[in-house]
Design a protein around this ligand. Sequence first.
Ligand SMILES: [Zn+2]
Ligand SMILES: [Zn+2]
Length: 454
Amino acid sequence: MLMKNLQITAYGATNFVGRSAFTISDKDRTVMLDCGIELVPKKLSIAPKGVDAIAKNVDAFLLSHAHIDHSGYVPKLAQKGYRGKFYMTHPTKDIVFRLWLDHLKIEGERHWTEDDLDKTFNRIVTKKYHEKFKIADGITAEFINAGHILGAAQILIDWDGQLILYSGDINDRQTPFFDGFEYPEEEVDILITESTNGDRYVPERKKIDVGFRLLSKQVAESGNKMLLPSFAVGRSQELLTTLAFDDDIDDVPIYTDGMINMMNTLTEAYLTKDWVSDRFLKELKSRKMNSPFDKENIIPINRAQSPHQFRRQIAKSKEGAIIVTTSGMLEGGPIHTYLDFCAGNENNTLGFTGYQVEGTIGRELYDGAEEITIFNDRRFNHPKKIKVKCKIMKFPYSGHSSAEGLAKYVKKINAKKVILVHGVEKNQLYLRNLIKEYSHPITLEENKPEVFKM
Ligand SMILES: [Zn+2]
Ligand SMILES: [Zn+2]
């Protein structure tokens, strides 16, 4: 067989999380996987390094999932001369479009323009899981469920018979909508895997859910507020489903606020066997529900005539309530209004439901700050210091595989080469140790192609 060199290059997300963008290429063809930006708390986002220069050489682009650290720079490809299609799953197309519009609102056209977004959107081609499709001469691709968020996929590439698997973001745990990620059936030659939780044990969802449901109910039933800042995409829908599937939480109001409501509506379109687990659909059916968000006590706030006024009313009222709202790391959004009125009362509770990045207001509180600065508008124009006296609860939910889940994934796939990406160095070191007898993973350097002789 003719020896051939395959090159894999990273433009970000090497030994850190953010701006995931990778290419696989040989002398004739280049395929790009993801093209995200790096979000930096209180600063402007960072573009992946070196993508502009190679965009015109790319033959096919595939997106693993909608999260902005994987998708935020995609429209730039159209601007910089990429002429091909943008492949992704159906739900990813729906979600990523909203996230791109949101990005335009927050950062304007500093990375790419509305026109670039139009060009990109018109060239999106959607695929189901397990559908093999040709993306270039001699190269086919397939999306495999990643168990991470709605529509999220691992990407399996068949390159002249050599198989390369890119994990995207994967979760091994059962969540309300999925039963963890799926394994490819084929033997994989090169595995490129995320390593976010490489050193972290994540408890099983069912165990976290017990405390989460009980406490939410207790706080609300005692006439107080349970504030649940949550990521709009994924985590919010999971939390609401967990609450909706608990018959004991039928009589306390659950308010949903911010971008969550739009994401709930969007999610409802994909509650079919193509996109969510049979287990979830059975549970829904047994409860005679069409959607977990339909429950009478789940009340979306965007329909109110004056949402800000409505929020104040809810926050100030004596009624006990659960409030699920953006933003998940408390960097902005309606959570600030609720904090303004609720955080000073020691009977209320703020429950963390996701990872808090260093430098965010959420992280300050998570680490024990007693005073924080909030902003009652998105442009950070009106800072206000508030004292935090409410109780703080930490629910260790994660959208990523537990360390031992990642190790099992690497061992079971048993690829000839393993590349660790999307995780900080200390986590990658720990994971390396867990898999040392199976493989010697490679870490990439930005813009420095790693060559594989095939
Ligand atoms: Zn993700
Ligand atoms: Zn990610």
